[in-house]
Design a protein around this ligand. Structure first.
Ligand code: PEP
Ligand code: MN
Length: 449
């Protein structure tokens, strides 16, 4: 730290500053110039933050950064945070975190979890407690949502992230989720920062709506200083005069942070823009500027989402974005993509002939799908109509077998998408049958509606 005295400062005032520094156990180095005296201080300057108020002092200049643990010691220093099988930061692959803004129901979450997992996301997001601007908006399902998230993790293997809003909840989050999110509105909730600092889980700290980068890093410092080294920063847009977007996504924060901190950086283009059409472009931009991860809201039916539907991607939109990220090589292509088949086999035929054969293949496909549904229906007929649901593990095995037992231009992921649709339709047939059997039962018992 450097203390610059005023040109008019008296010897007495200079002595007073020197004494104050030494009384706090630090060393003072005086440099007496023609016009003014400058005093250098070495040591823990947090203890002498009052120096600027002493008589004769013009300004106090910090030389080292105020965030000791978050700052880099050497240019280019980076850390990597490990979340189960996923690593983020330090040149690891771009990590996509995706899922609904809020967990709304078991079906909504599991469907979304399956979709984002299939498309290549590595972390599943879902809000359990929602910090909403209006007290009348949906506030989240609370603890049942955490349990559903844990169930989704069990099925997909994706680690989960959810926002904690109360220091008293940290323990229960520790038991259920893999990454504790501290939301923009809580970036300077210091009690919450200290509490998540004591968690054994990783923490994703969002930038406050009007926080400077220094304030954000000092918030991260709270978590680090409380003993938790696994902090990830998330830029999610700040308030500016611009109203065309919900927030102004500050992408320059990425290179700025790279100069200041070793912590991994995530971009949230959903809250950063507030509009579905802008999420893809800004996600690509975030990847291009070197973010370590992206946090993206996805919903099975964005138009009817209970929160942030306007900025949530549909499954198709999310799939298209993941394709684009893969095409630009921000995320890895499935390692097991087969080589395209020998084209010469088909090349001899004319286009009309090829189209005729496609029509035939479609007709065979329709017959096969109907045959499969008829078999599934027969299984349902022979089972108790009260038994709902389906065997997820069996379905997964079945998909894996089907995907591995065939060869062609489709990747296992693409094939899985097709089978997933077939399974969904076939389940819908089974459900219809079960429902009509139950109605018959009710009618027979004289309680029919
Ligand atoms: C969220 O991620 O759902 C959320 C509430 O974000 P933010 O804190 O950035 O508004
Ligand atoms: Mn949201």
């Amino acid at each position: 730290m450097i203390v610059v005295m005023r040109p008019s400062a008296t010897q007495q005032e200079v002595d007073g500053v020197k004494r104050s520094i030494e009384e706090h156990g630090l060393e003072a180095f005086l440099s007496v110039g023609e016009e003014r005296t400058v005093i250098g201080v070495v040591g823990d300057v947090e203890r002498i933050s009052h120096l600027g108020t002493l008589p004769g002092v013009d300004q106090v200049i910090r030389v080292s950064s105020p965030y000791k643990l978050a700052s880099i010691q050497e240019p280019g220093e980076r850390t990597r945070v490990r979340i189960g099988p996923v690593e983020i930061g330090l040149g690891s692959e771009l990590v996509i975190m995706a899922g609904p803004c809020a967990v709304e129901s078991r079906e909504q979450l599991l469907e979304t979890a399956r979709c984002v997992s299939r498309e290549g996301a590595r972390i599943l997001r879902g809000g359990a407690w929602k910090p909403r601007t209006s007290p009348y908006s949906f506030q989240g399902m609370g603890l049942p949502a955490l349990k559903l998230l844990a169930e989704a993790r069990g099925e997909t293997g994706l680690p989960i992230i959810s926002e904690v809003v109360d220091p008293a909840d940290v323990e229960v989050f520790d038991d259920h989720v893999d990454i504790l999110q501290v939301g923009a509105r809580n970036m300077q909730n210091f009690a919450l920062l200290r509490a998540v600092g004591q968690s054994r889980r990783a923490v994703l700290l969002k930038r406050g709506l009007s926080a400077t980068i220094e304030e954000w890093l000092l918030a991260a410092e709270y978590v680090l200083a409380a003993g938790n080294p696994n902090v990830i920063l998330c830029e999610r847009g700040i308030r500016t005069f611009e109203t065309a977007t919900r927030n102004t996504l500050d992408l320059s924060a990425v290179p700025v942070l790279r100069q200041k901190t070793h912590l991994p950086i995530v971009i949230d283009p959903s809250h950063g823009t507030g509009a579905r059409a802008l999420v893809g472009p800004m996600a690509l931009a975030g990847a291009a500027v070197g973010a370590d991860g992206l946090l993206i809201e996805v919903h099975p039916d964005p138009a009817n989402a209970r929160s942030d539907g306007d900025q949530s991607l549909s499954f198709d939109e999310f799939g298209a974005l993941m394709d684009e990220l893969r095409r630009l090589q921000f995320v890895r292509a499935p390692a097991d993509a087969p080589p395209l088949p020998d084209e010469r086999n088909l090349a001899a035929s004319g286009i009309d002939d090829l189209r005729d054969r496609i029509d035939e293949a479609d007709a065979r496909l329709a017959d096969l799908v109907q045959e499969r549904a008829a078999l599934a229906l027969e299984v349902q007929r022979r089972r108790d109509p009260h038994v709902h649901g389906h065997d997820v593990r069996r379905e997964r095995d079945l998909l894996e077998r089907a995907a591995n037992g065939t060869s062609g231009p489709m990747t296992p992921v693409e094939l899985t998408v097709v089978f997933d649709a077939v399974l969904r339709a076939s389940r819908s047939v089974q459900r219809r049958h079960a429902q009509s059997a139950l109605n018959d039962e009710d009618a027979a018992a004289g309680t029919g509606r």
